[in-house]
Structure formats: C-alpha cells, structure tokens
Design a protein around this ligand. Structure first.
Ligand SMILES: CC(C)(CO)[C@@H](O)C(=O)NCCC(=O)O
Ligand code: NA
Length: 620
C-alpha cells in the first residue's frame, strides 16, 4: 500500500487502547483475588452459578459479536446494500426457542458441559464426537477472530500484524486463566460497552462530515443501497428474506441454543428464570449491534459515494476499506481512532476469551476427566494451563490459515457456523425432540451431516460458486441515469443465468447451511435409529427429551398422544423425582435459589452431572 495513505496514531489513541487492555487485566486480577479466589471449578468454569441476568445477557451478545461483525457487516452493506439487515427478523425465533426449549432442558440437567447432555441421552461415543466437532469449530473460528482486527489494523496503520495477534492472544489467555468465567463475563460487559461506544462515535463523526443525516440518506438512496424485502425463493440466492430470516433462525439456534460458550453462560445464571430473562435481553442489544453496524456501512457508502478508495489501498478487500474509512475520517480527532481500535479489540477479546474458557471446559470435562478420575488437583491445574496455552498456539496457526482463505471475513464466519455448528444443532435436536433416536443413529447422523456439510462448503469454496454480485457504485456521481439502468440490466442478465447440476448444489446460500445440515443429521439419525431398533422410553434418561410432538399435537386425545410421543413431559419427570415441593408451584419451570443447593439429591440421579473436576488454584 502507498505509505502516504497510512494513518497514524496520536498519543491519546495509544493511551485509550492501553486503558482497554489494562482494565481487562484488572477485572481478571480482581476475580482472581476476590470471592472464592478461583479455587474450585464450580467457580472457575461456572462462576459459582451465581450470575444475574444483565451481565449474562451482555456477555451472551459479546460472544458472537467479534471484530468480524464490526468490520464485516459494514463492508457487506457497503457492497451489497441493506438486505443483510433482515437477519434481525431471525433473532425473534432464534432467541425465543433457546429460551423456552433449550434452556429448560439443559439448565435442569445441571450440566457443566453441554456435551454431557449427549452422553445422558445417547452414549459416551456421541458425547466425544460432539465435543471434538465443537473444538474443531471453535478453533477455526477463534483463528478468524484473532486475525481479523490484527489484519485490519496492519492494512491501514502498518501496525505489526503478528505482534497484534500475539498481544491479543496473550492478554486474553492471562485474564481468562486468572479470573475464570466471572472475569470472562465481567470483561465482556465492559468490552460490549466500549464496542457500542466506538461504533457510535464513528457514525456520529461520519454523518457530520458527510453533511448531515439527510445528505447521507440522499446518497444511499441514489446509490441504491436501501434494499427492499427480497422474497425470491431461490435457495442459491445469497441473501434474501428466506435465507436470512428463516435460515438465520437455525444459525441463531446453533449459536444461542446449543453452543457450549453460550450454554455455559445460561448455566452460570443463579436461577433458570434469570437465564431465560438474560436470553430475552439479548434481543434488543443484538438488534442495536446490528443496526449500528448496518448504519456504519451506509455512512461509509455516503462518504465514498463514487470514489472507491480501494485502488489506492492496494487491496480490493472491502474489510480493509472499512478500517481505512474509519481512520481517514477520525484522523485529527485525538482519541477517536484509539477508541475505534479499542472497539475492534474489545469485540475480539470478548469472543476469544469465551472460546478459551469453553474450550478449557469441554476438554477437561469431556475428554480428560472421564479417563483419569483419580487425577490430583495439582496435575489437573497444570494440565489445564497447558491446554489453554496449546489452544492459544493452535489459534495462531488457524489465524494463518484464514489469512490464506481470502474470502470476506463475515462470509467465512457464517460458513463456519453453518458447516460445523449446523450438524451439532442437528445432534441436539435429534436427542431432544425425537425419543426414538438411538446412539447409533446419532453417530451416523452426525457423520452424514458433517460429510454433506463439507461437500457443499468446500465445493462452493473451490468452484467459487457463491453468487456475489456487488451493486454498482453511486450512480449520481458516475453516470447518467440511462446508462446506469442499462448496465444494471446487463449485470442482472449475466448473473441470473442459472448454474446447473453439482454447481447448483454447491451454490446453495451459506445462510441455509445450518438448517440444511441440521435436517440431514435428524433425517439420517432417524432412519438409522429405526433400522437398528428405536430407543424405548424406559431406557431414556429422564429430562433429556423435550415433548415437542406432545406440545405440537396438543389437540389429539390423551391416549393417542401417549402412544405417539412415548415420553412424560419434561417438568413431571424431573420435578417429581428431584424436587417434589416444586411441582405445583411452578410446574417445574423455575427453581428458586434454595432448591438448587440440594446437590446430593441431584447427584443420585445424574452422577455425571456434577463431577467435581479440576480445582483451579489462583493461576498465573
Ligand atoms: C452471529 C450474528 C449473526 C448474530 O449474533 C452476528 O453477530 C454476526 O454476524 N456475527 C459474525 C461473526 C462474528 O462477529 O464473529
Ligand atoms: Na466479541
């Protein structure tokens, strides 16, 4: 890149960035020295199951809102218009279903790792396969999260790329291992606030410099960036209402329903009601986050309308352009570039810390502890530190792979969520909603789901068949109306020629990946289960099946329902056995605090659910 386009930091910028890192470390240190001083795994991994809904909800949105979204969404809006904004419609069911289906089942089983569910419902083998799939997904995603802000910063300021990658990884490992989940959640709260502040600052300054709200509006209208609701049913069309609003629901379910990082937060809430409420509170904050990044894309378009600076930048990457736009605009306003960089790194840190903590949890709980039940505390602590370290290194390696992929970062993230998260979602749905599914079916289903996912996913990368058609730049500046229309029609004709055969299969919109892969797992899982002998009700662990059919077919007579969905409703089984006093009062939906302390009682039913694992001493 032409060095004259490189932007520079003032002292104030460095100070703000340093304050962010110091505050994050401080929160980690505080939780390392206060409370139970992180000496039990209940505290280290579960935050003593004592959190309130506000910090939990802010932490929930921080987990999957990384620098990828902060940079990727404006770049998407800048290039393709506001169609992506319709993903906000998917947030409704995408949060309502986790709150009322997944949280009740998982919370009441008193898990530490979501994958314990798979063992209770199916078998140890399914649990291990589920865990390995999750680790795979998280490690790749983490690479992308570490790499994105470092790459962006490097492209525009010349800041050392791998230095930034290392600094992010290091700071994050430190506060995560010092302060446990409490530190992770409270740094998330602080970092979410910084994230919103940074985005807001960019928008305010951007609107001001472009000449006010009405001017921005005029330019984005003329540039055709305000998209109408696209109801095209073609599943290969990248972003339409159906792919975003319906396919997006499954994406949300895989992230907010069954992903370990999120479930761990639900489980850290002091009551089930609090967990459900925190899931509800995600909705407005997630809409706000989406709106801020979409508006930022529009402001950026209005500002560069017609004069795309990407040639000068020496890269066609629209992601790098977002950073260029921000730095270009904030130049000369001391502190603001620093605030935006703090915003980027806040977003990244809050995601990576969640990933570290959840990876440490599942690796200890699902892979190591079951094989070494007699491991000493000191050994276990040492081992978990070594684990954190190796995951850190692995994620640096992954950062390098992302570096080679060269797609837009938002698309890479959404593809990973769909390709690996979709089959995991399918596995949980198979277990929760289909009482007949057995362990063999689950394994076959997961295998088939992953195979198909990678076939489509890798196929689309290799053949480059995702239909991306950037909108032309601002017509008011470039061309007269007639020419633009002509070009537009020509463009449409070229891209509307349908691909055929396998190529069409490969060009399935990545927004459908989650739904498609989830259904593959369920379908294959059910077929194999019926072939190998379906599960019987008496063999099911109580509380692992959600009586979906029973609820959907509530109009059928009682005896028919019993026959069809051979399962006692959720509330009954668990409450009747474990908490007789709760039965009438809350229909098993809410467990007050006092009730939750009756550990021994639970453990007789689910000895696995409460394995006391590594006692993490104050680490570091
Ligand atoms: C995952 C959604 C769709 C919703 O939370 C959004 O936050 C997003 O597009 N995230 C991209 C991935 C990331 O920011 O790391
Ligand atoms: Na984040």
């Amino acid at each position: 890149m032409d060095p004259s386009y490189q932007k520079h930091f003032a002292v104030a910028d460095y100070v703000i960035f340093a304050v962010l890192l110091a505050a994050s470390m401080g929160i980690g240190l505080y939780h390392a020295l206060s409370g139970g001083r992180q000496r039990t795994t209940q505290e280290f991994l579960m935050a003593d199951r004592s959190m309130r809904c506000l910090p939990v909800s802010l932490s929930l949105i921080a987990t999957f809102q990384s620098a990828v979204a902060i940079i990727g969404v404006p770049a998407e809006i800048y290039t393709h218009g506001t169609q992506y904004w319709f993903i906000g419609c998917a947030y409704i069911l995408g949060l309502f279903i986790p709150a009322h289906v997944f949280i009740p089942v998982l919370y009441r089983l008193r898990l530490s790792s979501t994958y314990q569910y798979l063992e209770m419902r199916f078998s140890k083998a399914v649990r291990i396969c589920g865990t390995l799939t999750f680790i795979f997904q998280t490690v790749i995603y983490m690479g992308l999260c570490v790499y994105t802000p470092a790459f962006a910063l490097n492209a525009v300021t010349g800041f050392e790329l791998w230095g930034a990658v290392l600094a992010t990884g290091l700071v994050c490992t430190l506060y995560t291992t010092m302060g446990g989940l409490k530190a992770v959640i409270w740094t998330d709260v602080f970092q979410t606030v910084v994230m919103f502040a940074g985005q807001l600052a960019v928008i305010v300054v951007g609107v001001q410099q472009t000449g006010g709200v009405s001017e921005v509006w005029r330019k984005v209208r003329e540039g055709n960036r305000i998209s109408a609701l696209d109801l095209n049913p073609d599943p290969t069309e990248r972003h339409t209402f159906w792919t975003l609003g319906v396919g997006g629901i499954f994406l949300m379910l895989s992230l907010y329903g069954v992903n370990q990082a999120q479930v761990q937060r639900y489980l850290s809430a002091r009551t089930e009601k609090e967990a459900v409420r925190s899931c509800y509170m995600v909705f407005p904050s997630l809409q706000l986050a989406l709106a801020l990044s979409c508006v930022m894309g529009l402001v950026m378009f209005a500002r560069y309308c017609g004069e795309d600076p990407s040639d000068k930048l020496g890269t066609s990457s629209k992601d790098a352009m977002v950073i260029y736009f921000v730095m270009d605009m904030l130049q000369g306003l001391p502190g603001l570039p620093g605030l935006f960089i703090a915003c980027l790194f806040s977003a990244a840190l809050s995601t990576i810390s969640s990933a570290f903590n959840s990876l440490a949890t599942v690796t200890m709980e699902d892979l190591i502890k079951p094989h070494f039940p007699t491991m000493t505390e000191a050994r276990a602590t040492l081992l978990s530190k070594a684990l954190a370290m190796s995951y850190g290194l692995l994620c640096l390696a992954m950062a390098y792979i992302t570096h080679l992929m060269g797609d837009s970062v938002l698309q890479v993230a959404l593809k990973i969520f769909g390709m690996v998260g979709g089959p995991i979602l399918g596995l949980f749905c198979l277990g929760m909603f289909f009482p007949w599914a057995n362990s063999t079916g689950a394994l076959a289903g997961l295998g088939a789901g992953l195979a198909l996912a990678f076939w489509v996913g890798v196929g689309s990368i290799v053949t480059r068949s995702s239909s991306t058609r950037p909108l032309p730049p601002c017509r008011a500046v470039l061309l007269s109306d007639n020419t633009t229309t002509a070009i537009h029609t020509a463009l449409l004709n070229v891209t509307l020629s349908q691909p055929s055969g396998l190529k069409r299969f490969y060009s399935l919109s990545y927004m459908w990946y989650s739904a498609f892969n989830c259904f593959t797992v369920i379908l294959i899982g059910l077929i194999i289960s019926f072939l190998t002998g379906p599960m019987k009700e008496e063999d099911l662990t109580p509380g692992t099946v959600y009586p979906l059919l029973g609820k959907l077919l509530c109009f059928l007579p009682e005896h028919l329902k019993k026959k069809l969905c051979c399962v006692t409703p959720l509330g009954h089984t668990l409450s009747a056995q474990q908490r007789p006093s709760q039965n009438k009062e809350s229909n098993g939906l809410v467990f007050p605090r006092e009730d939750r302390t009756s550990q021994e009682e639970t453990d007789t039913f689910f000895p696995e659910a409460h394995t006391p694992l590594v006692e993490h001493e104050t680490t570091v």
